[in-house]
Design a protein around this ligand. Structure first.
Ligand code: ADP
Ligand code: MG
Length: 703
C-alpha cells in the first residue's frame, strides 16, 4: 500500500471550498452571474480555464500583418464609410507608422459608437486579420480609443480569454479568478492524485500548471498554448480526463447496483413488424437487435451504445427494442437532438407501430398549451411510446412505467442529460434500460473514454444495394457550371439537395444565406420546383416542404445544415454543399449520408471558396477518397490531432474544459491505469476529484 497521503483530506475550511461570495468585491449580483457558469466555490474558479489567449504584450506594425494572424495594432483613423448594400456596415480605415492601411469592418454598431470614430482618432485594436476585397481587414475587432499621444499600455502577460455568460464581462471574470488564485494552497494540499502515481506517470505540479494556464508569461509559447499541447495544459487535461473516467465509472457502478424491469415478451410484436417491413434486416442489424433484446430481458439495467454509420439502419433496431418494452407493458421514450430528427422518428414509428395497434405520442418543445397538457396526461396515464426532443426530459413530464429510454444522440447530448432522463424513470431502486444510438463511428479508445459507462454494439454493415456516392470538390468560381449540372440532373428526374453552410453565425444569418441561394436557384432553374428549409421555419412549414420534396413535387431542396441528420429521401441523388471547406469531416459525412440511399448512382459536389488552407484541402481529399464513416472518423482524428486550434473543437460529444479527446487520446491509457488504481486504493481522493472538476457543473446541470 502506498503511504496514505495527507492531501486527500482537505479540511472543510479549506479556501477552495469557501463560497465565491467570500472573495473581496464579490457581491450577490456577481455571485449569481458566477453561479450561472457553475462557479460557486473558490476552487471552481481555479478550474475555470481559459478557452484561448490573446497576445497583447506588444504591437504589430500593420505592414507586418498576415492573414490569419491575431494581432494588436495601434493606428490613426484615416477614413470612415458607412454602407448599406446588403446590411448596415461601418468601415474604418486606420494606418500607423509603417504607412500601411488596415480596414476595420463592423456589421453591428450603434450610431453613437460610429460617431466617436472620427478621422484623426487614435485606436488600439485587437482582432483576427483577414484578406478582404480592399486588402487587410479585421471584422469586429476589439478596440479602445486612445487619448493624447501617450503610448498605449501593454500587458505583461498573455491575456486569458475565459468562457463567460451574458452580463459578466471577461475582465471582471478575470479579476475574480485572479483573487481566487491568490488563495491557491501549497502543492501538497492541492494535489489529489497520490504522489507515487504522479511520479510513475511523470505528472508535474498541479499548482504550477494552474498558475501557468491562468497567467502565461509574455514569452510563453503561444502556438503550443493555442493548440492545447503545452505541458501545463496537458497536466490539467490528464486530471480532467481522469476525473471524467472516474465519474463515468462511478455512475455505471451506481446504475449496475439498481434493478430494471425485465422486458421479456414473446417477440410477437417484433415478428409482426419484421413481417411488415419491405426489407429484411442485415446480419449486423439482426445481431445488434439480439444483443439489445437479450439485455433488456434481464432485470439488470442495460446501458448500451449502438453505433452505426449513417444509413446503416439504426432506427428499425430502436423500434424493435421499443416493441420488446411495449410487449411487457412498459413505456418507451425516444429522444432526439433536433426537432426535425425527432419528427422523422415520429413518422417512422407511427408508420411501423400504428398498424400494430400502438399509439405514438409526440412531445417536442413546440407542443404547447392544451395539446401538451393532454399529451402529458396520456404519458402519465401509461401511453406506451413517446417521441420528442429535449422537452421529454423537462419538468412536468412524469412517466408512469418507463422501461426503456432510447437516445438518438448524434453526439449532441451530454452524459448528464442522458442521466436526467434516466432519473425520470426512477421507481424505488428501479431504473429504465437505456439505448443510445450514435452515427459517427468512434474509434475504440475514444469510445472507451467518452462512453465508459456504456456497452457498445456496432452495426458495421450497410443495407444491400446502396451505391457509393461519387464526390468531387469544385471551386466556387465554377458555380455556374454546377448549376447547369443541376438543371440537367433535374431534367433527368433526379432530386437535389443544395446545402448552405454558414457556421459561427446566428440561425438568422444562416436562414438569410439560404434565402439568397434559394433565390439564385429559383432564377436559374425555371420550370423546376425549388424549395427552401431552414431552422427558423415553423415545424409545420418545414414538414410541408419536406413532404413536397419527398413526394417529388420539388426537384431541388435548398437547406441549411438542419438536414444534417435523419432526413431520408431515397430518390435524392445529388448534393451540393456550399463552403464545404468550413465544415469538419464528421459533419460533411453526415450531410453526404443524405444521398446514396437508393439504388441510383449518387453524386456529391463539395463547393469551396478559394483560397483554402492545407487542413481543409486534406478534409476534402478524404471525402473524395472514401465513403466509409469509420475511415473518415480515423482520418479526422489524425488531421485534427496536432492541427486543430482550440475553440473550434467539435462540440457536443462531451464538453471538457481543457481536454480534447482527439488531441489527448495519447493520455488515455495512463488515465485508465491511474483511474483503476485510484478506485481501488484511493476512493476518497477519487470522490474529491469528481467534486472538484464536475461538482459545480453537475449541480448546475441539475438545478
Ligand atoms: P441511420 O442508421 O442513419 O439512422 P436509418 O435507420 O434512417 O439509418 O435507415 C436508413 C434507410 O435505410 C431508411 O430508409 C431505412 O428504412 C432503410 N433500411 C434500414 N434497414 C434496412 C435494410 N436492412 N434493408 C434495406 N433498407 C433498410
Ligand atoms: Mg438515424
Amino acid at each position: 500500500m502506498p503511504a496514505r497521503n495527507a492531501t486527500a483530506q482537505p479540511s472543510t475550511d479549506a479556501p477552495g471550498l469557501r463560497p465565491v461570495a467570500s472573495l473581496p468585491g464579490v457581491g450577490p449580483a456577481l455571485a449569481e452571474a458566477l453561479a450561472r457558469l457553475g462557479l460557486e466555490r473558490v476552487q471552481d474558479l481555479w478550474f475555470h480555464l481559459p478557452l484561448r489567449y490573446e497576445d497583447r504584450t506588444h504591437l504589430t506594425p500593420i505592414a507586418d500583418l498576415r492573414p490569419g494572424d491575431r494581432a494588436q495594432v495601434e493606428g490613426v483613423v484615416d477614413a470612415v464609410e458607412r454602407g448599406f448594400r446588403f446590411r448596415p456596415q461601418l468601415k474604418v480605415a486606420i494606418s500607423d507608422d509603417s504607412r500601411e492601411t488596415l480596414q476595420l469592418r463592423f456589421f453591428h454598431f450603434h450610431r453613437a459608437q460610429a460617431d466617436l470614430l472620427k478621422p484623426g482618432t487614435r485606436l488600439l485594436c485587437y482582432g483576427e486579420v483577414r484578406l478582404g476585397a480592399q486588402g487587410l481587414e479585421m471584422v469586429h475587432p476589439q478596440y479602445e480609443r486612445l487619448a493624447g499621444h501617450a503610448p498605449a499600455a501593454m500587458s505583461e502577460l498573455l491575456t486569458p480569454i475565459y468562457p463567460t455568460t451574458e452580463g459578466l464581462g471577461i475582465k471582471r471574470l478575470a479579476g475574480v479568478i485572479s483573487k481566487a488564485l491568490a488563495l491557491l494552497p501549497p502543492e501538497a494540499a492541492l494535489e489529489l492524485i497520490p504522489p507515487p502515481l504522479c511520479a510513475e506517470h511523470g505528472l508535474t505540479s498541479l499548482r504550477e500548471a494552474l498558475l501557468y494556464v491562468h497567467r502565461p508569461p509574455a514569452d510563453a509559447h503561444l502556438g503550443q498554448l493555442t493548440l492545447g499541447i503545452h505541458p501545463a495544459q496537458q497536466r490539467l487535461a490528464f486530471e480532467e480526463l481522469l476525473t471524467q473516467h472516474l465519474s463515468l465509472r462511478r455512475m455505471r457502478a451506481a446504475v449496475r447496483m439498481r434493478r430494471a424491469p425485465a422486458l421479456g415478451g414473446k417477440g410477437e410484436l417484433r415478428a409482426q413488424l419484421l413481417a411488415s417491413l419491405p426489407f429484411t434486416l442485415t446480419a449486423a442489424q439482426q445481431r445488434v437487435t439480439d444483443e439489445v433484446v437479450r439485455d433488456i430481458a434481464r432485470s439488470k439495467p442495460m446501458l448500451r451504445l449502438v453505433q452505426g454509420d449513417v444509413g446503416s439502419g439504426k432506427t428499425v433496431v430502436a423500434a424493435l427494442a421499443a416493441l420488446a418494452a411495449v410487449e411487457s407493458g412498459y413505456q418507451v421514450a425516444l429522444m432526439a437532438p433536433t426537432e426535425l430528427l425527432a419528427e422523422q422518428h415520429l413518422r417512422n414509428f407511427r408508420h411501423w407501430l400504428e398498424p400494430l395497434g400502438i399509439a405514438v405520442e409526440w412531445l417536442a418543445g413546440k407542443v404547447q398549451g392544451k395539446a401538451r397538457q393532454q399529451a402529458l396526461k396520456r404519458v402519465a396515464g401509461g401511453a406506451l411510446v413517446m417521441i420528442g426532443t429535449h422537452a421529454l426530459m423537462q419538468e412536468g413530464v412524469a412517466f408512469g412505467r418507463l422501461g426503456l429510454v432510447i437516445v438518438d444522440e448524434q453526439h449532441r447530448f451530454g452524459v448528464h442529460q442522458r442521466l436526467a432522463l434516466r432519473d425520470k424513470g426512477l421507481e424505488g431502486d428501479q431504473v429504465p434500460h437505456q439505448l443510445v444510438l450514435t452515427a459517427t463511428p468512434i474509434p475504440r479508445t475514444l469510445a472507451m473514454s467518452a462512453y465508459a459507462d456504456l456497452d457498445v454494439s456496432s452495426i458495421d454493415e450497410l443495407p444491400p444495394g446502396r451505391t457509393p456516392v461519387q464526390t468531387v470538390a469544385v471551386s466556387n468560381a465554377r458555380r455556374t457550371e454546377v448549376i447547369e449540372r443541376i438543371a440537367c440532373a433535374c431534367g433527368d428526374g433526379r432530386q437535389v439537395y443544395w446545402v448552405c453552410t454558414l457556421i459561427e453565425e446566428s440561425e438568422q444569418l444562416r436562414a438569410q444565406a439560404a434565402e439568397v441561394a434559394h433565390a439564385e436557384l429559383v432564377a436559374a432553374l425555371p420550370g423546376h420546383g425549388v424549395g427552401l428549409i431552414h431552422g427558423r421555419m415553423k415545424p409545420k412549414d418545414k414538414q410541408a416542404v419536406m413532404d413536397a420534396f419527398k413526394a417529388g413535387e420539388l426537384a431541388v431542396l435548398v437547406a441549411t445544415t438542419v438536414i444534417e441528420v435523419g432526413v431520408d429521401v431515397p430518390n435524392a441523388s445529388l448534393m451540393v454543399i456550399e463552403n464545404s471547406e468550413r465544415l469538419g469531416l464528421a459533419q460533411l459525412h453526415q450531410l453526404r449520408g443524405r444521398v446514396g440511399r437508393g439504388a441510383i448512382a449518387s453524386n456529391c459536389v463539395l463547393l469551396y471558396q478559394p483560397p483554402i488552407g492545407q487542413l481543409a484541402r486534406e478534409r476534402l481529399q478524404v471525402m473524395r477518397e472514401t465513403n466509409d464513416g469509420f475511415r473518415i472518423a480515423e482520418r479526422d482524428l489524425e488531421l485534427r490531432g496536432p492541427g486543430e486550434v482550440l475553440g473550434t473543437r467539435q462540440t457536443g460529444q462531451l464538453s471538457f474544459r481543457i481536454a480534447d479527446l482527439s488531441r489527448d487520446a495519447h493520455l488515455l491509457d495512463a488515465v485508465h491505469e491511474v483511474g483503476e488504481t485510484m478506485l481501488r486504493e484511493h476512493p476518497r481522493a477519487a470522490e474529491l476529484l469528481i467534486e472538484r472538476w464536475i461538482g459545480g457543473a453537475a449541480r448546475y446541470a441539475h438545478a
